[in-house]
Design a protein around this ligand. Structure first.
Ligand code: GDP
Ligand code: IMO
Ligand code: MG
Length: 421
């Protein structure tokens, strides 16, 4: 049995949470492979909206196993808050959720360092969610991290104190005031909550499930354009958001990967700083933001909005080996006379389709397509969609060479159209 991967092709917030929840019934297991509480995955059903940060988006389906993989960084304080607010009884939750012993912990010092580093960046701030992601992954790679499996050690407090002293000595060089105790109480309470869960070597667990023929869906966080290697560096996150990240973040071999579902919005958004070639700073951008409710799920910040960027989409498809495209927020695009799609860039006075190494100076070249006015949230069949929206989808398929097999027309689980191909 193969493991399918669902991941974002843009700058995050493509609707991963909603779609993972919607397709979870087809799987036995949902596993997060990277990122941490910087993620905000929203899903809606029965008139209620939930936002998940660390917990995989299959958690609301009673008979599914959810795994927080080794590639994820876990903040116990966030874990505590999130598990308490799910509305799932604790004894039921411990059955549904398994944590990798190798997942690194985000320590209180990491969150403080995140803010201190952003402070030193002056005009070139990354716009981090300030959840401690960068410093936690830095410590992991520098081999200074603390891992989930260590919380059971008798000397855990001493291991923690060593890291704490380290972080405080770095912070001495920053003009930054903070009260670590304020963070610590919650953090240690979170550690106690984590101890109630199965913390195991999930790489064995997952490979065993594969051998038993269980269907597994790997859920990405962030998006390809925020990937540490292939994103718009340095305005990126600190993990591998691409399909290869699912292998290292879960301990599965590339040979076990099946479908790669690439999810993208019918337009583009970005929260935080960094290049965004198709950004609209005019009324059209405001219309997309208001209609699409484009405000960050984790930080509440307004998201920057712009037209669809096909060269960036093709780049993401190439890096990830995307086999099927899922398009979300199609409903938000209703109402325009014309819509624009970026099909190439102008860079150093020449037209190109490749994303240059320094993507700050590229100008989008647009193709104008006819828009559609119909409201589509009630539609459930692909055939019923407006003819111009179907033309828009065909245009994307023509340029990318990958079929669009799912179209999302609203935030609710039911507002999803699967297309038989
Ligand atoms: P994620 O991080 O990729 O899971 O995406 P977010 O949850 O951060 O952001 C996506 C937002 O769009 C959430 O508020 C979703 O409820 C909402 N959403 C998802 N799909 C659709 C859709 O097809 N139409 C509309 N209008 N909203 C959607
Ligand atoms: P989901 O999983 C959108 C952005 C931040 C910032 C940059 C680095 O919900 O799609 P970090 O906190 O990782 O140091 O921030 O990455 N960012 C996201 N943008 N969706 C996310 O996750 C994001 N996670 C991080 O805004 O620009
Ligand atoms: Mg999000």
């Amino acid at each position: 049995m193969k493991i399918d991967i669902l991941l974002g092709l843009q700058w995050g917030d493509e609707g991963k949470g909603k779609i993972v929840d919607a397709i979870s019934p087809q799987y036995d297991v949902v596993a997060r492979f990277q990122g941490g509480p910087n993620a905000g995955h929203s899903l809606e059903f029965n008139g209620k909206k939930h936002i998940l940060h660390l917990i995989p988006s299959g958690i609301f389906h009673p008979d599914k196993i959810n795994i927080i993989g080794n590639g994820v960084v876990i903040d116990p304080a966030v874990f505590k808050k999130e598990t308490e607010n799910l509305g799932i009884p604790p004894d039921e939750l411990v059955k549904r959720l398994v944590i990798s012993s190798r997942a690194n912990l985000i320590l209180p010092g990491h969150r403080i360092l995140d803010a201190a580093y952003e402070n030193t960046r002056g005009d070139s701030k990354i716009g981090s969610t300030l959840k401690g992601i960068g410093p936690a992954y830095t410590d992991k790679i520098a081999r200074n991290g603390l891992r989930a499996g260590e919380i059971f050690s008798t000397d855990f407090r001493e291991l923690y104190n060593q890291r704490f002293r380290n972080h405080m000595s770095i912070l001495k060089n920053h003009d930054f005031s903070f009260d670590p105790e304020e963070y610590e109480a919650d953090w240690f309470e979170g550690v106690e909550i984590m101890k109630k869960f199965r913390i195991v070597n999930t790489e064995y667990f997952i490979n065993d499930l594969v051998l038993k023929g269980r269907k597994i869906l790997a859920e990405g966080a962030q998006g390809t354009m925020l990937d540490i290697d292939f994103g718009t560096y340095p305005f990126v996150t600190s993990s591998s958001t691409v399909s290869a990240g699912a292998c290292t973040g879960l301990g599965i071999s590339p040979g076990h990967v099946g479908e790669v579902f690439g999810i993208f919005k019918a337009y583009c958004t970005r929260v935080g700083s960094g290049p965004f070639p198709t950004e609209l700073t005019d009324d059209t951008g405001n219309t997309l933001r208001n209609k699409g409710n484009e405000f960050g799920s984790t930080t509440g910040r307004p998201r920057r909005c712009g037209w669809l960027d096909i060269p960036a989409l093709k780049y993401a498809i190439m890096i990830n080996g995307v086999t099927r495209l899922f398009m979300t927020k199609s409903d938000v695009m209703s109402g325009f006379d014309n819509v624009r799609v970026c099909t190439s860039y102008m860079w150093e006075n020449r037209e190109c389709e490749e994303i240059p190494f320094d993507s700050r100076k590229i100008q989008p070249v647009y193709t104008v397509l006819p828009g559609w006015k119909e409201e589509i949230r009630e539609m459930r069949n692909f055939g019923d969609l407006p003819v111009n929206l179907k033309g828009y989808i065909e245009f994307i398929e023509y340029h990318t060479g990958v079929p669009v097999t799912m179209v999302s027309v609203g935030p609710d689980r039911r507002e999803t159209i699967f297309r038989n191909q």
